[in-house]
Ligand binder design. Structure first.
Ligand code: F6P
Length: 337
């Protein structure tokens, strides 16, 4: 089993669930360290009952993770296949988002690699599953932060801009914004101008509300803010470096004259213990993934559809990004201004 890409709460709960399910069936269970890098470099760690005990509430991943892409390394894919074969492994459970599972899908399509996927990401942007685990925890962390910012915003009559993660989609922003009662939410899928955001804030002031909470997704295309910095092996820039929250706060203060502060939540959203929802989802995904291995259902991913866990092709899961439903954003808009 390997965990790839950004970590998130619930990874260890999946490791525990897969381990418990396969060990009672008499299988050996091996952790591959540091995502796909572990298969490129042969970094294996046998996992027994002791290693997987106590993992349910523990954040992060006990087997480590990286953003390594074997398709971008000279001889990377051959090394993955050789190391897998020479370690005597029969199946791989890969836990990841679009990048990690994209590698899994390609290895399965091109080399019949025996891999099963489990969808994780705080961004909740994987298609073919209603939710990824880790997302609920991130939304809860952001909601709690917004609640806290409310009281200090109100005390000082300030505008508080909160920048949340989410890369190309606004799932965390819109869900935490609704849950925390944000007055304006800016997400990549529903661009508005800075002037429109300022108008919402002015309208609030006219109603006698001297403070406002503005939530912005890190990947928002704000006028005048450009991408900078190096790309990772999957072609992503580091979005926190763009400073979209700070740029918006600056513009709001300049255009409205209202004192404005910015809070960038960053990796706090990915750390710590998973919520009960994420623990249960991660556990259900893990048990299902172990059963998929037993059935030889390779090239597929465990997925939540409604209330059921089902198997879907990895190609379907990684084909498109799942963007925020406009109907959800229009619920949030009812409370703007
Ligand atoms: O994909 C998960 C995520 O947390 C994004 O929301 C964010 O843009 C990115 O990872 C941050 O990556 P890193 O941990 O490499 O800074």
């Amino acid at each position: 089993m390997l965990t790839g890409g950004g970590d998130c709460p619930g990874l260890n709960a999946v490791i525990r669930a897969v381990g418990r399910r396969v060990m009672v069936r008499g299988h050996e269970f091996v952790g591959i360290r540091e995502g796909w890098r572990g298969l490129v470099d042969g970094l294996f760690e046998p996992l027994g009952p002791r290693e997987i005990s106590g993992l349910l509430p523990r954040g992060g991943t006990i087997i480590g993770t990286t953003r390594t892409n074997p398709f971008k390394l000279e001889g990377g894919v051959d090394r993955v296949l050789d190391n897998f074969r020479s370690a005597g492994l029969d199946a791989l459970v890969a836990i990841g988002g679009e990048d990690t599972l994209g590698v899994a899908a390609r290895l399965h399509a091109e080399d019949s690699f025996p891999v099963v996927g489990v969808p994780k990401t705080i961004d909740n942007d994987l298609s073919a599953t209603d939710y990824t685990f880790g997302f609920d925890t991130a939304v809860w962390v952001a909601t709690e932060a917004i609640d806290r910012l409310h009281t200090t915003a109100e005390s000082h009559n300030r505008v508080m801009v909160v920048e949340v993660m989410g890369r190309h989609t606004g799932w965390i922003a819109v869900m935490s914004g609704i849950a925390g009662g944000a007055d304006v939410i800016l997400i990549p899928e529903q661009p508005i101008s800075i002037d429109e955001a300022c108008d919402d804030i002015r309208r609030r002031h006219e109603r006698g509300k001297d403070f406002s909470i503005v939530v912005i997704s890190e990947g928002y295309e704000l006028e005048g803010v450009a991408d900078a910095g190096e790309l990772d092996q999957f072609g992503h820039v580091r979005l926190s470096e763009r400073g979209v929250g700070a740029a918006l706060a600056h513009e709001i203060e300049r255009r409205t004259g209202f004192e404005t502060r910015v809070t960038v939540l960053g990796h706090v959203q990915r750390g710590g213990t998973p919520t009960a929802f994420d623990r249960v989802l991660a556990t259900r995904f893990g048990v299902h993934a172990a059963d998929m291995v037993s059935r030889g259902e390779f090239g597929k991913m465990a997925s939540l559809r409604g209330t059921q866990i089902v198997s879907v092709p990895l190609t379907e899961a990684t084909a498109n990004l799942k963007t925020v439903d406009p109907a959800l954003y229009s619920v949030a808009e009812v409370f703007f201004g």
